[in-house]
Write a protein that binds this ligand. Structure first.
Ligand code: HEM
Length: 243
């Protein structure tokens, strides 16, 4: 639960320095007094746990609904979109938690994997609902959920392609240094896209089909609230500066 202190800019510092103190410190530790002594809580870990559990609650509720209802082709839409939501959230949390250089390298690999699954799942989920509605001769993008879904789908594609270009083909933007200096824009747009994913998914839970299967809005709101608090709590203000 405790990891060495390391800011965004001191990535060249050794993980273990030679200072006289042997105690590991963490910028996000909060000390809470207890009757015996004060206890350190790593708030970064607690926020990430809250967000992970919220995302898992939302996604597993969707999967519970789709696995217990009568099978139709449509059910792959919510099934895949719940995967999008879980993977995109986990892919964000892992980067928020990483502090040391070593953690950041591992986190970037995990982030790439999560966002690759998000990318494929959102294409699948979009293709399924689009063809399903075409086959049923229903109007496309008629509901607020359908409209925000189209915007979210497009932005996920742009965000993933842009992020992948910065990491895998930095030459496209003028080299590695330039690409790294653009990470902050990718981070900010990433939080915007993640917010849209959650708003769109919440809209999906309000659709007539979903309510006919599972009408307990408090579960969706509880899960979303946990993710909101967990993700906002995990944001490090020094990472959000543009200049
Ligand atoms: C990020 C997540 C999601 C995205 C991007 C998304 C996207 C979309 C889009 C674009 C449509 C309209 C397609 C068309 O009109 O041709 C749609 C429809 C639909 N979605 Fe989603 N969706 C997401 C999550 C969900 C979830 C979690 C559920 C259910 C729990 C859901 C249930 C529905 C239903 C029932 C429809 C058909 C009714 C309507 O068009 O509003 N969606 N979705």
């Amino acid at each position: 639960m405790v990891s060495p202190k390391n800011s965004e800019d001191d990535i060249e510092e050794p993980l273990i320095n030679n200072s006289s103190s042997t105690e590991l410190t963490n910028s996000s530790n909060v000390s809470i007094p207890t009757p015996i002594s004060s206890t350190n809580f790593n708030m970064s870990f607690i926020f990430s746990l809250l967000a992970s559990l919220g995302a898992l609650l939302f996604a597993s509720t969707v999967w519970y609904i789709t696995s217990s209802t009568e099978y139709i082709f449509f059910i792959w839409h919510p099934t895949l979109m719940a995967t999008v939501l879980l993977m995109a959230t986990q892919g964000t949390i892992v980067l928020q938690k990483a502090e040391s250089r070593q953690e950041k390298d591992g986190a970037l690999n995990f982030h790439k994997l999560m966002q690759s699954i998000t990318f494929l799942s959102v294409i699948g989920g979009f293709y399924i609902i689009y063809t399903f509605k075409s086959e049923e001769n229903k109007e496309h993008f008629a509901s607020p959920h359908g409209k925000s879904g189209l915007i979210t789908f497009s932005l996920i594609l742009i965000q993933t392609i842009a992020g992948s270009t910065l990491v895998n083909f930095p030459g496209v933007v003028g080299g590695v240094a330039k690409a790294k200096s653009m990470y902050k824009y990718h981070r900010i747009s990433g939080y915007l896209v993640l917010s849209l994913i959650w708003l769109t998914a919440l809209g999906g839970t309000g659709a007539d089909w979903t309510k006919s299967q599972f009408d307990h809005p408090w579960v969706w709101l509880l899960a979303t609230g946990m993710v909101l608090v967990g993700i906002i709590g995990g944001i490090k203000s020094n990472k959000m500066k543009i200049r």
